[in-house]
Design a protein around this ligand. Structure first.
Ligand code: GLU
Length: 480
């Protein structure tokens, strides 16, 4: 009988959820859900010095925000597989390490960092480009070990890999992949402080948690033969692996977490007012192509359409403009209540809204809803409405210098003074009255008013500016 499908996303809580991590999580999730399987969130926290406070929590929250909902996690354990944090599973790793040691598949290594370095240097001096552990400790006698221990040395454990052994597997994304152990060397499975290394712990966990498929970033490809060697020693079923291609920027360079020009963390997108539906949809197309070039997906339509065979084997280009275009699409779809909730915090950054009702906030938001690419953009777009810009372009200055300008502004101000509402018809009638009284129409009529109100010669319709600012403020600006 086929084993039930179980996949996992296993971040190290050494930082916050990155676009690459979110993509790994998403594809594992889609694969699981498409096939009716289980998605596990496991925490690989053995690199203790690099863990950051709140890393686990924020990664999980960001996944949930994206709609990627773990079936199992530290907070939602299945007793059969718990615990889900590696630092809570240390005894388990030690038991398996002990077994490897007893079978002769692992051995204690007492070499110091300096000795290891000296060995590497010597190999390089002999023309070996990729030095490996020289197996100095493979056959230590009891006396030699006792001597090292007396010196206060603490051993790590190394895996004794099979010599000249071929490791091949059929990658779900890349097709057949082939390695040879001669290029690998005996690697450390448990550090001298008793903490297992990633490549060791991950195998124990994936096996005990009955993980059947692993989708992860290409940077883990070279780890896979190490992990497969362990599966072979233990005699365990090997999961199917799929290594997703790198994400590159517009210049074809691998996206680096240190590249501060490109936003890469979910928290940054959330902060700027990207919608989870948009980010999800964008990430979905970052490494996967639907059969019919469909562009917009909900989580459930993506689950239904997902086929692992359509994951791309060439690098995926991260195009920030496409992401913003997609976000704009989803912003425009929001109904009034959702849009209000979304936009309110950004409008609060723009101006004091304590005395304003929701209708006012929504009215302002709607003025920019069509063009807005992300929520925080409204702060820039709407700024002139709250802090008029200084007029300095030649065309506007010319209009302000027209002999008709001062009379037009004063006549319009008088009309505003007399208004009891700011309906479109009322404001239109006011312009008409000014036009009739002064014989001025078109640009010399509208532009001076607009410039007085916002400082910019184009943009939001005057009637909307008037509605938004209210009588008192409009008069203050016209006469200021
Ligand atoms: N903790 C690893 C990482 O964050 C997980 C790798 C894996 O999926 O095996 O890269």
């Amino acid at each position: 009988m086929e084993k039930p499908i179980r996949v996992r996303y296993a971040p190290s809580p050494t930082g916050f959820l990155h676009i690459g991590g979110a993509r790994s999580a998403l594809f594992n999730y889609l694969f699981a859900k498409h096939h009716g399987g289980t998605f596990v969130f496991r925490v690989e926290d053995t690199d203790i010095e690099r863990n950051v406070v709140g890393g686990e929590e924020s990664q999980l929250n960001d996944l949930i925000w994206l709609g990627i909902l773990p079936d199992e996690s530290p907070a939602k354990p299945n007793p059969k597989y718990a615990p889900y944090r590696q630092t809570e599973r240390l005894d388990t790793y030690h038991q398996y390490a002990q077994w490897l040691l007893e079978k002769g598949y692992a051995y204690e290594c007492y070499c110091s960092e300096e000795e290891l370095q000296a060995s590497r240097d010597a190999q390089m001096a002999n023309g070996i480009a990729a030095p490996q552990y020289d197996r100095h400790c493979l056959h230590l006698t009891a006396e030699q070990k006792a001597k090292y221990i007396a010196e206060g040395r603490k051993p790590c454990l190394r895996l004794r890999i099979q010599d000249h052994h071929d490791i091949a597997f059929d990658d779900l994304v890349r097709g057949p992949v082939h390695f040879n152990n001669d290029d690998i060397g005996d690697w450390v499975i448990v550090k001298s402080n008793g903490i297992p290394t990633y490549n060791f712990a991950v195998v124990i966990d994936d096996h005990l948690m009955e993980i059947t498929h692993v989708f992860r970033g290409e940077e883990h490809l070279s780890n896979t033969p190490k992990q497969i060697q362990l599966y072979e020693y233990f005699g365990w079923d090997i999961p199917r692996f799929g290594h997703m291609t790198i994400i590159v920027n517009e210049h074809g360079k691998k996206l680096s977490k240190r590249d501060h020009d490109i936003l890469q963390f979910m928290s940054q997108y959330r902060e700027l007012g990207f919608l989870p539906e948009a980010i999800f949809n964008f990430i979905l197309l970052l490494g996967w192509t639907p059969s019919d070039n469909q562009e917009f997906f909900t989580m459930s339509s993506a689950i239904a359409a997902f086929e692992e065979s359509r994951m791309s084997a060439s690098p995926s280009m991260f195009d920030p403009n496409k992401m913003m275009w997609m976000n704009n699409h989803y912003i425009r779809q929001l109904d009034d209540a959702t849009f209000l909730k979304f936009i309110k915090p950004f409008i609060a950054r723009l101006t004091d809204i304590s005395g304003k009702d929701d209708a006012w906030v929504l009215f302002l938001g709607n003025l920019f809803k069509e063009q807005m690419r992300f929520g925080a953009e409204i702060v820039e777009l709407a700024k002139p409405l709250f802090t008029p810009l200084e007029v300095n372009d030649p065309e506007s200055l010319e209009v302000l210098a027209l002999p008709t300008t001062t009379p037009v502004i004063e006549a319009f101000a008088k009309q505003v003074e007399a208004m009891n509402d700011f309906e479109n018809e009322t404001v239109k009638a006011a312009f008409k009255a000014v036009q009739t009284a002064l014989g001025v129409k078109g640009k010399p009529l509208y532009m001076p008013i607009r410039l007085k109100l916002t400082g910019i010669p184009h943009g939001v319709e005057i009637v909307n500016i008037v509605k938004l600012l209210g009588k008192e403020e409009v008069l203050r600006r016209l006469r200021g």
